[in-house]
Ligand binder design. Structure first.
Ligand code: C2E
Ligand code: CA
Ligand code: CA
Length: 649
């Protein structure tokens, strides 16, 4: 459309220009008409010549005409003859040689008369008149020829003006048509513009509607991003945003920042016992209680699972702790869910600092404090202290050193005998790991096993102990058993049974000579892997003992899912055997239970003869302790039992 408009406007422009040109052209042609004077000049010249000839003739035959009259005529004629040397007539004459000759003759004739008129007599004049008559006919032809030429020119000009008129009219009509088209197009264009305007208007309205909808969605989305869908509490993302903001404001006011992390105790048990619906309901009720505390909106968060956080600034440590206590008190009240009363507690880690301004550090410190609180037991509140960080760093160093120790083979195995309580004959040796630390000397397992379990390094460490112990036992002349401790972490690995079997194969130790000591906690794992592994190994002849029996949370139903060969009565009971009657009764119970389940009972930590005698009286089959021998890097040959000496090749 725009192109058409541009084309039409261009055509209009050209047409108008052309019309100007036509007008100019017509003007030129009209002007030409005024120039067509050749015929007039010629007829003037000819008639003046005839008149002069007549007056000269009269003068030659008659006395009435004076010479002065003739001279006047001659002068007029002379001036008339100048017409031949100018304008259209001159151009006309130059166009033909005959006319040029005529003009020359005429000029010559007149010049002659001009010079001789006064001197000539009448008869001479009469004779000369005859010569002059010779010019009459050619002059008449000249006049009529000029007239013809002028008439032709006028006709031509007329024709051209008419043609110009036609073209002019045609272009005018074209102009009118173009203007009409232009008008229509502009109208059409206007209508389109109006339509487009209306469309734009409705689009703008739609856009406004969408914008409002988008704003609503955005607000909802923003809410969803920053809130936990279950409890509607602010979430982890919101927590980090606000932690940074709180730090910024606290910085400018030189206020301390308080971060508290809450972790519910035994929440998993609620889920396991009452179901996840009850767990969710509990979390919602906790959120309701926290809301009811009426703390500022940006103070409480659910970070995920059973973790909550509290964030504020400007509190002293004492006030921060009492705030933590207030929150704990609120959470620790019993809940009624599906008609069941559920009691739950929470541990809290608190950090209150006016120097530490790094959000991730504050969070980490609160987390360390929480870890310590958890270690101490349910419902504990702990405030971050520097030693917690030092401990963490130590454990990191320990982890690093342990990895190096594995490579450098710094772990060795010590052996402690387990004997028959009555005959003192060696029944087996327990393999106990030691770390020969290049700087710290011999380290006992309690100082590194927990860290090894945490990092998973225990798998490799345990495998190497098992290998060393089996190889050692296979070298003994006497087929005493070897007892190896197995961590719960090792037992939850699906490859553990395979590892044991391949070691037995490599070392050539019969499965019946290997005993694995597992703790009760191993059997409480979520998965069924530990029980399956133990059943499999036991089926192959490996014996299984429950270590530290009586210290964990054994459930008889779970214990009955696998038949054990021994229970090892924890040394805490043995040590109290002579002082606490409870301990004696518990040992009696345990040995009784072992007997009825066809298992052997082993008493750990027997240090005195007195303890041994009590154990004998209670019918305990086997005993282990300093009384019979301390853990040694080799099997003890000093025990007064022939078997020991023979045990080494
Ligand atoms: P445990 O399995 O209960 O091992 C017995 C612990 O009691 C040993 O400590 C042993 O030295 C100590 N003990 C033996 N007789 C007496 C006694 O008469 N009096 C006293 N007070 N203590 C006695 P140890 O060697 O320091 O081992 C500590 C724990 O480390 C072990 O407890 C065991 O749970 C773990 N452990 C040791 N070696 C390994 C290992 O190779 N793998 C795994 N996973 N754990 C191991
Ligand atoms: Ca043990
Ligand atoms: Ca033990």
């Amino acid at each position: 459309m725009n192109r058409i408009l541009a084309g039409i406007i261009f055509l209009l422009f050209i047409s108008t220009g052309y019309i100007s040109f036509l007008v100019h052209d017509r003007q030129q042609e009209l002007q030409k008409l005024t120039h067509y004077t050749a015929s007039w000049s010629a007829s003037q010249l000819v008639s003046e010549y005839y008149r002069f000839e007549a007056s000269l003739g009269l003068y030659a035959i008659d006395q009435t005409m004076t010479l002065d009259d003739v001279r006047l005529r001659l002068d007029i004629m002379l001036s008339q003859s100048d017409l031949m040397k100018q304008g259209d007539l001159e151009r006309y004459i130059k166009g033909s040689p005959a006319h040029q000759e005529l003009a020359a003759n005429l000029e010559q004739t007149l010049d002659y008369l001009d010079d001789h008129l006064e001197k000539m007599n009448r008869s001479e004049l009469q004779a000369y008149l005859k010569t002059m008559h010779g010019l009459d006919v050619p002059l008449g032809r000249l006049s009529s020829g000029a007239l013809d030429k002028d008439i032709n020119s006028i006709n031509n000009t007329n024709l051209k003006i008419r043609t110009l008129y036609y073209i002019y009219s045609a272009i005018s009509v074209l102009l009118i048509i173009l203007s009409a088209i232009l008008g229509v197009l502009i109208f059409y264009q206007n209508r389109n513009i109006l339509k487009a305007h209306l469309q734009v208007q409705s689009l703008a309205e739609e856009l406004q509607g969408s914008k409002e909808q988008l704003q609503i969605q955005n607000t909802k989305l923003e809410y969803d991003v920053y809130h936990d869908p279950l409890t509607k509490m602010s979430n982890r993302l919101f927590f980090w945003d606000n932690l940074n903001k709180t730090i910024e404001t606290a910085k400018s006011n030189s206020n301390p920042v308080t971060v508290m992390l809450f972790d519910l105790d035994r929440f998993k048990e609620v889920n396991d016992t009452y179901g996840h619906d009850a767990g969710d309901m509990l979390l919602r009720q906790i959120a309701d209680r926290l809301n009811a505390l009426n703390f500022p909106a940006d103070a409480l968060y659910r970070l995920g699972g059973d973790e909550f956080a509290f964030l504020t600034s400007g509190l002293t440590e004492t006030r921060a702790v009492s705030r933590a206590q207030q929150i704990c008190d609120s959470i620790n009240q019993p809940y009624t869910i599906y008609n069941a009363i559920i009691n739950i507690t929470t541990c809290v880690g608190v950090v209150n600092s006016d120097t530490e301004r790094r959000s991730d550090y504050l969070f980490k410190f609160a987390d360390l404090a929480l870890y310590e609180a958890k270690n101490e037991g349910a419902g504990k509140i702990k405030v971050f202290r520097q030693w917690m960080l030092d401990k963490l760093q130590e454990s990191r160093t320990l982890e690093h050193d342990m990895a190096m120790a594995l490579v450098n083979k710094e772990f060795v195995v010590y052996y402690q005998p387990i004997v028959d309580s009555f005959t003192r004959e060696i029944y087996s040796y327990e393999a106990l790991i030691r770390w020969i630390h290049p700087l710290k000397g011999i380290l006992s397992p309690d100082s590194f096993i927990p860290a090894a379990e945490k990092t998973g390094m225990i798998n490799e460490m345990g495998k190497s102990v098992l290998e060393m112990a089996c190889r050692e036992a296979a070298s003994w002349a006497v087929p005493a058993k070897i007892s190896v401790n197995v961590s719960p972490v090792q037992l939850s690995s699906k490859t553990f049974a395979g590892v044991v079997l391949s070691i037995l194969e490599q070392t050539g130790l019969p499965a019946s000579r290997l005993e694995l000591e597992v703790t009760e906690s191993s059997l409480f794992a979520e998965s069924s892997t530990p029980l399956n592994t133990l059943n499999k190994l036991r089926a192959l002849g490996v014996q299984i003992s429950i270590d530290d029996f009586g210290t964990g949370y054994s459930s008889l139903s779970r214990l009955s899912r696998i038949t054990f060969d021994k229970i090892k009565i924890d040394k805490s009971f043995v040590h109290s055997i002579s002082t606490k009657e409870d301990a004696l009764n518990i040992i009696r119970l345990m040995t009784g239970m072992a007997k009825s389940l066809n298992m052997k009972a082993v008493a750990e930590g027997v240090e005195t003869q007195e303890q041994l005698e009590s154990l004998q009286a209670l019918g305990c089959d086997l005993a282990q302790g300093y009384l019979f021998g301390k853990p040694q890097p080799y099997v003890d040959e000093t025990i007064e039992n022939g078997l020991i000496a023979n045990a080494r090749r």
